[in-house]
Design a protein around this ligand. Structure first.
Ligand SMILES: Nc1ncnc2c1ncn2[C@@H]1O[C@H](COP(=O)(O)OP(=O)(O)OP(=O)(O)O)[C@@H](O)[C@H]1O
Ligand SMILES: [Mg+2]
Length: 273
């Protein structure tokens, strides 16, 4: 079983930055009024590590992820990938997992076609495409024999595994997980978090993990940034943030933490059909 970041003793200073933002800002114009969604956000994500971003609804978490992906242009600031300004080719190495596994999977597409979507831009032979889909399903603990079924035939946790398989199929370096467990039952949440930890260890992935739930973020993150009204009010290693929170909002978040169930042990077992 993979260790959680809090348990690992690896020397984080040995790894370098994959992604970095410098004074990243994003302002939306709504009915002629300006809405600052990101306010000078400077954060970094090291290779093979997880940067957790926690904050209340509307604090700018998704906007941060979408600006990194290039889905919204930044108003100002820089995004660096491997220490150079991010390019379209770099963005191909980043995948996004959305919060709601019911809304984010097209109900009229088979699992196979959903997972293959990120491959559509490349020129893959039919066989390679099939192999990649099967491999991605196996990595998330789903049986490839079920790939011609539709999302409605799967549970919430299985659908989120399908979303993760779709994110993995193009062999990304980084995955932005935007509230990937929020819509799930608590016991299923723990299984998905375990799966993400295991995949990080196996594949050397870097994650940006977005959630309003500090307990979930702590479980998976090496470093946590607390976002409030579009700005980062506090940033620290997971353990230091909990031991010595500085900002009033962080203290409130810690005091309102619900408890997670014990870690699941059966998370990665291949299903039987
Ligand atoms: N496409 C958009 N057009 C205009 N305003 C937007 C747009 N997307 C986000 N905003 C605004 O930017 C702010 C930050 O929104 P964002 O979705 O990033 O927050 P969030 O932290 O992800 O919230 P949640 O936890 O509810 O998902 C909000 O005030 C929101 O209304
Ligand atoms: Mg959001």
């Amino acid at each position: 079983m993979p260790s959680t970041p809090a348990e690992s003793t690896g020397d984080a200073s040995m790894t370098s930055n994959l992604l970095e933002t410098k004074n990243l800002s994003k302002t939306f114009s709504k009915f002629g009024r300006k809405q600052v969604a990101l306010d000078n956000v400077s954060l970094s994500l090291r290779k093979k590590e997880t940067l957790g971003i926690v904050g209340e609804s509307g604090s700018g978490k998704t906007t941060f992820g979408k600006v990194i992906m290039g889905l919204f242009p930044a108003t100002s600031g820089e995004i660096l990938y491997n220490d150079a300004p991010i390019t379209q080719a770099d963005r191909m190495k980043i995948q996004y997992i959305f919060q709601d596994p019911f809304a984010s999977l097209n109900p009229r597409m088979t699992v196979s076609d959903i997972i293959a979507e990120p491959l559509d831009i490349g020129k893959f032979q039919k066989n390679e495409r099939k192999d990649r889909i099967d491999e991605a399903l196996l990595k998330v603990g789903l049986n490839p024999l079920r790939k011609n079924r539709y999302p409605s035939e799967f549970s919430g946790g299985q659908r989120q595994r399908i979303s993760i398989a779709r994110a993995l199929v193009s062999n990304p370096e980084c995955i932005i997980c935007d509230e990937p467990t929020t819509a799930l039952d608590v016991s299923i949440q723990a299984q998905i978090l375990q799966l993400l930890l295991q995949l990080q260890e196996e594949l050397g992935l870097s994650y940006i993990f977005i959630s309003h739930n500090l307990a979930v973020v702590k479980y998976i993150s090496h470093k946590i940034a607390v976002m409030y009204n579009g700005a980062i009010v506090e940033e620290n290693s997971s353990s230091a943030l909990f031991e010595n929170p500085q900002h009033e909002y962080t203290k409130q978040l810690i005091s309102s933490i619900p408890t997670l169930p014990k870690r699941a042990t059966t998370h990665h077992v291949l299903e039987t059909v």
